[in-house]
Write a protein that binds this ligand. Structure first.
Ligand SMILES: *[C@@H]1O[C@H](CO)[C@@H](O)[C@H](O)[C@H]1NC(C)=O
Ligand SMILES: *[C@@H]1O[C@H](CO)[C@@H](O)[C@H](O)[C@H]1NC(C)=O
Ligand SMILES: *[C@@H]1O[C@H](CO)[C@@H](O)[C@H](O)[C@H]1NC(C)=O
Ligand SMILES: *[C@@H]1O[C@H](CO)[C@@H](O)[C@H](O)[C@H]1NC(C)=O
Ligand SMILES: *[C@@H]1O[C@H](CO)[C@@H](O)[C@H](O)[C@H]1NC(C)=O
Ligand SMILES: *[C@@H]1O[C@H](CO)[C@@H](O)[C@H](O)[C@H]1NC(C)=O
Ligand SMILES: *[C@@H]1O[C@H](CO)[C@@H](O)[C@H](O)[C@H]1NC(C)=O
Length: 429
C-alpha cells in the first residue's frame, strides 16, 4: 500500500454556500484516512467489490466494532471526539487512449445539519453505533420526484465565472458534460429519520427515512420518528487536474454516468453528550466548529493532519503511486445502462490483507536518539502530541510542515526542526 503526495486539499477559503440557511457545522477540508477496497458495512470481513475513499477514525477495518472504533488513535476530522468513518467510492480518471486508470485527488467536507421541520422536533445525536448507506452503486436511472434520488447530486465549480442561470452548470443528478475548472463536487444527503430501534438493517437503509416534506428538511414520518442531525457529504474531486474527455470520469465500480454515487456512515462519536451539547447549545452555528464551545474543546488540527489508518487494508495498489492501473481493482469493467453487471474473464484473484501502518515517508531515515540540551529542546521549531504517536506519524507531521528533522519523545510528543546545530549522539540502551 503506497501513500503519495498526489492528493491536494481544498482549503476552507474555497468553500461555497451551504445547502440551506439555518445552523450547520462543517467538519471540513478532510483528506482520506485511507483509500482501499473495503466496506465493513456492506461486505464485513471481506475484500469489497470496489475501492472507497474513507475519512475519519484511524481504526477503520474490515470488521466493525463500535467499541474498538472509538479507541482510534486519531481522526482526520478535526474534532477528535468524532472517530466516525465516512466513505464513498473513489473516482478514477480513465485514460481512453491507453486504457489506464488514475485515482482523482479527493477531499471531503462532512456537514452536520440540524434541520427540524414545521413540528420543530428536537434534533438528536446519533444512537451509539448507528450505521447507514445512502445511494446505491446499482442505481442506473434517475427519478426527480424521489427523495432518495434527489439526495445524490453534483456541482461543477468555477470560481472565476458566474454561470447562474446556465442550465449546463446547474446542480444535476449525474456527471457534467464539460470540465469543472475548480473541481467537481459530488454530494450525498443521508436520511435523518431513525426508526428508534435498529442500528442497521439488511439493506443498510430501511431503518432510516427521509423527512415527509423534502429530502433535506421537514418532519419525520411516524414509522421513523426520531429526528437525528442530518449528514451531508461534499466530496471534492479534482477532475480539473486531467483534460476533459467525455466518459473519462469513472467510479471504482465502473459507472461513468454518476448515478451510482453512494455514501456509508459508521458512528464513532466517543462522547454522545458532547454532540448533543453542541446540537442543543449552538443554535447559530455558521459552519465553524471553533465557534461552538463543546466542539471547539475537542478540535486538534495537528492530530487530524497526521492521522492515517492503523489496521489491516487490502494488499493491492489502488493506483495512488505510478504507473496508472491497467484495470479498476476487483472486477469492475465499464458498466453503463440498466443491464446486469458485466463479468470478468478471467476472474481476478482476491488479494489478502496487509498491515496499513505507514513506513517512514520517502526520503526519511532513522538517525538514532539525540539528548535534549539543558537550555532548551533540540528540535524546537514545531510540535504536536498524540496519545499513540509513532515515528511515521511524527515524520509525516514534520514533512507536511517542511521540516527535515523529526523526533518522538515520551511516546506521545513529536518535535520538528530545520537544522541540527550540534553533533548527534546515539543513545545506547
Ligand atoms: C493518456 O495516455 C496517452 C498514451 O499513453 C498519453 O500520451 C496521455 O498523456 C495520457 N493522458 C493523461 C491525461 O495522462
Ligand atoms: C424550536 O424549539 C426550540 C427548543 O427546542 C426553540 O428554541 C425554538 O425557538 C423553536 N423554534 C421554532 C421555530 O419554534
Ligand atoms: C418516482 O418517485 C416517486 C416518489 O417516490 C414515485 O411515486 C414514482 O412511482 C417514481 N416513478 C418511477 C417511474 O419509479
Ligand atoms: C463529554 O462531553 C460533555 C459535554 O461537552 C462534557 O461535559 C464531558 O466532560 C465529556 N465527557 C468526557 C468523558 O470527556
Ligand atoms: C462564525 O461565528 C464566529 C463566532 O461568532 C466568528 O468568529 C466567525 O468568523 C464566523 N464565521 C463565519 C464563516 O461567518
Ligand atoms: C502493524 O505493524 C506495526 C509496526 O510493525 C505493529 O506495531 C502493529 O502491531 C501492526 N498492527 C497489526 C494490526 O498487525
Ligand atoms: C432500461 O434501459 C432501456 C434502454 O435505455 C429502457 O428502455 C428501459 O426502460 C430501462 N428499464 C428500466 C427498468 O429502467
Amino acid at each position: 500500500m503506497v501513500f503519495s503526495k498526489l492528493f491536494a486539499f481544498v482549503t476552507a477559503s474555497l468553500l461555497v454556500a451551504p445547502p440551506s440557511v439555518s445552523a450547520y457545522w462543517i467538519f471540513g477540508g478532510t483528506r482520506p484516512v485511507v483509500t482501499t477496497r473495503l466496506d465493513p458495512i456492506v461486505d464485513p470481513g471481506e475484500v469489497s467489490s470496489h475501492v472507497h475513499s474513507v475519512v475519519g477514525g484511524s481504526r477503520f477495518s474490515p470488521n466493525y466494532d463500535y467499541d474498538d472504533l472509538i479507541t482510534s488513535q486519531c481522526s482526520t476530522i478535526t474534532v477528535q471526539a468524532d472517530k466516525s468513518n465516512y466513505w464513498a467510492p473513489q473516482l478514477y480518471y480513465w485514460n481512453q487512449t491507453d486504457d489506464t486508470y488514475t485515482p482523482i485527488p479527493t477531499s471531503f467536507n462532512i456537514y452536520y445539519l440540524p434541520r427540524p421541520g414545521p413540528k420543530n422536533e428536537t434534533i438528536q445525536a446519533f444512537p451509539t453505533g448507528l450505521r447507514m448507506v445512502a445511494g446505491s452503486p446499482l442505481r442506473r436511472t434517475n427519478n426527480d420526484s424521489n427523495f432518495a434520488d434527489q439526495a445524490i447530486s453534483y456541482q461543477c465549480l468555477d470560481y472565476n465565472t458566474d454561470h447562474t442561470g446556465d442550465p449546463d452548470w446547474e446542480q444535476r443528478a449525474d456527471f457534467f458534460d464539460h470540465q469543472c475548472p475548480d473541481a467537481m463536487r459530488a454530494q450525498i444527503t443521508f436520511p435523518p429519520c431513525w426508526d428508534g430501534v435498529n442500528l442497521d438493517s439488511a439493506d443498510h437503509s430501511s431503518h432510516m427515512a427521509y423527512p415527509i416534506q423534502a429530502y433535506n428538511t421537514g418532519d419525520c414520518p411516524d414509522s421513523h420518528p426520531v429526528h437525528l442531525v442530518s449528514i451531508f457529504y461534499e466530496m471534492f474531486v479534482s477532475v480539473d487536474q486531467f483534460p476533459y474527455v467525455p466518459g473519462s470520469w469513472i467510479y471504482s465500480f465502473g459507472d461513468n454516468i454518476g448515478l451510482g454515487l453512494h455514501g456509508d456512515f459508521q458512528d464513532g462519536w466517543t462522547n454522545k453528550t458532547l454532540l448533543q451539547d453542541a446540537l442543543d447549545n449552538c443554535p447559530d452555528a455558521n459552519g465553524s466548529v471553533q465557534a461552538c464551545p463543546p466542539l471547539n474543546a475537542a478540535v486538534n488540527d495537528d492530530i487530524a493532519s497526521a492521522c492515517h489508518a492503523e489496521l489491516d487494508i487490502v494488499d493491492e495498489s489502488v493506483g495512488l503511486s505510478s504507473p496508472p492501473l491497467a484495470a479498476l481493482p476487483g472486477c469492475n469493467p465499464l458498466w453503463v445502462g440498466n443491464g446486469t453487471k458485466p463479468t470478468c474473464d478471467p476472474t481476478p484473484p482476491t488479494p489478502g490483507m496487509i498491515n496499513s501502518t505507514l513506513p517512514l515517508p520517502s526520503g526519511w531515515t532513522a538517525m538514532g536518539c539525540v539528548a535534549e540540551g539543558t537550555t532548551g529542546r533540540a528540535l524546537a521549531s514545531a510540535s504536536t502530541t498524540n496519545p499513540a504517536m509513532t515515528p511515521p506519524l511524527c515524520a509525516n507531521f514534520c514533512d507536511n510542515l517542511g521540516y527535515p528533522y523529526s523526533g518522538v519523545e515520551y511516546g506521545d510528543e513529536c518535535y520538528c526542526v530545520s537544522t541540527i546545530m550540534c553533533s548527534l549522539f546515539e543513545h545506547s540502551n
